[in-house]
Design a protein. Structure first.
Length: 238
């Protein structure tokens, strides 16, 4: 090959991870999912590409959900985040409330991009800091035209950024300590290293201005994930 010939792009299938016990389907199409909860701002941009062709996947519905600065998930806000839960199955832990903070979905644009305004997540006992993601293939910008869940994963954070965040008042004073990425079994066994966000500070002088995180996720648009099944969406809609 001539040295001046552009290389053929290499696209990789991103590793799936479990959906976890705190999945629900509130059917919230929104960019800003923070609902005013306290925490360091995070702007998140995800790019969804077809791992077989390297082409962007448009009109895919990307849902994200994560805990707040104190480690609590909306819908399960009364669960003590400083005590480890003994299950990772969807719906195995009864909901405690109808809150919807830090949950929402966006349809990818023609470039395969979605963008969310949220906060840097905290942690709960037994896990490293992470954000859950599910990608649904649709036939249009409408929940009624869903086809299938193609990919379910988790996104992680660089340790240096997380340490600087966890020192802030919104995140500190906990009865438990977060696991590092390398201490987290899901990170080490399910490809967390390639699911780690690229993080940059939004402000020049302080991380309190927030962070910008981005990642490209390669999916098989014809795959049907076994991490979230159709009945899971039906059962946990509200």
């Amino acid at each position: 090959m001539d040295a001046n010939t552009p290389a053929t792009p290499v696209c990789l299938l991103s590793p799936e991870q479990i959906a976890g016990p705190y999945f629900r389907n509130p059917k919230l199409i929104r960019r800003n999912i923070s609902e005013g909860v306290d925490g360091i701002p995070l702007i998140l941009r995800l790019t969804i590409v077809d791992a077989m062709t390297c082409e962007p996947v448009s009109n895919a519905l990307v849902d994200i959900w994560h805990c707040n600065a104190r480690g609590a998930y909306s819908g399960w806000s009364k669960i003590n985040p400083d005590l480890e839960v003994d299950t990772g199955d969807i719906g195995a832990i009864p909901r405690t409330d109808d809150d919807t903070y830090l949950r929402g979905g966006q349809f990818t644009d023609q470039s395969g991009n979605v963008r969310f305004t949220t906060i840097y997540p905290g942690f709960y006992a037994g896990r490293a800091l992470h954000i859950h993601v599910a990608v649904r293939i649709t036939s249009g910008n409408n929940y009624l035209e869903e086809r299938h869940v193609a990919w379910v994963g988790q996104l992680y954070f660089p340790e240096v950024a997380s340490r600087s965040v966890l020192g802030n008042r919104q995140y500190s004073g906990r009865a438990s300590v977060p696991l590092s990425n390398e201490q987290d079994e899901l990170y080490t066994t399910m490809g967390g290293d390639v699911s780690t966000l690229n993080i940059h500070t939004l402000g020049r002088d302080s991380n309190e201005d927030g962070f910008f995180g981005q990642l490209t996720i390669g999916i098989d648009t014809f795959a049907v994930s076994n991490q979230i099944k159709p009945e899971d969406f039906d059962k946990y809609t509200v």
